[in-house]
Design a binder for this molecule. Sequence first.
Ligand SMILES: [Zn+2]
Length: 394
Amino acid sequence: MGKILEDIYFTHAKVILLDQILDDGAVITKNGVISWIGPSDNLPEFDGKELDLGGFYLSPGLIDLQVHGAAGVEVSYTDRSGLDRIVTFHEKFGTTSMCLTVLPSPLPHMKKSLHNIALFAKEVRNGARILGSNLEGPFINPHWVDISQGRWLLEADLNELKELNYASGGWLRIMTFAPELEGIDSLIKWFSKEMGLVASIGHTRATSEQSAKAIDDGARMATHLFNEMRPFHHREPNAVGAILASKDVVAQIVMDGKRVHPIAAKIAYSCLGPERFCLVTDATSVTGTTDGLGKHSGRKISLVDGVAKFSDNQVAGSALTMIDAVRNTIDMLGLDYPTAIRCASHTPAKVLGMDDRIGSIRVGNHADLLVLDKSDLRVLFSYVGGKRIFRSSI
Ligand SMILES: [Zn+2]
């Protein structure tokens, strides 16, 4: 059921650019690529279909670097059809590209999960782009994971890291490391400097000195800043302090209003700015379920006051979608629309080195676009490479 690729001219839109809105703007897509941006009253001659947006927003598609699941399915424990269900759910909420995120489990199981994602990512499925996999462990601190994952954490071992990377078929993009682990520096250096991949600091009890060393060794990201790391203290700033003080680290933030207090998020934004404040969902399998029930790392979780939790009340993750993360950022931090969208599109694209193709409305970029309602930012249409992948039914 291939969808037809049409050349489109979107007209009379509020076009969300990197740092401004082009009012009554127009965007032309040709062969799936953005070929022209300008005012609606100055359109060049063009052979294609016009879509008059009547003042609705035209936004870049959103990019989620940290997705564990949705619709009752978890990435780490499913097959191809389950991965498809997860991605299809997130497509409805503005995500046009994502990294599917794998949890610690027995080494052969992690390899299989990474292999499944590689096969899925290679498919041409007329939907959101699968940018690759994100592995949250296994070289992390057992203090910050639930009991089921804790069993499968490993001591820093470069050969095992290479095995995992090999199993990913070249699709592994991001991996979380705890800087305090004995011998972790050689893994972080290999992953980031030799392989050019994104080493992320997280699930850690590292001091600020240990974290600064990891950043020197090449770590360029922080996994859900504030969560599962020791808090900032003015005499021991810990990983949070090292990340906020660094100029090189992009921090993932879960903006569901629960996992991070809005004031803490404001402080983080003040330190990081839009280029390093990166919205992610960290969405678990309960996202989009009617009963709020699901599994995480194979254990039952449920949605309690907007947060996905295990039965012992330990936090498993979120039930967030990307468009909600954008809305919350606008509401709670007071950011303007272009800036909030940028933190959910250009910033994640840039950390993966893909901002020359995706993540903004720019001539030459893929036409990964959203049409958003002007009153509540509801996703009305979603396009990937100029093909419509979602249309709201209401
Ligand atoms: Zn986590």
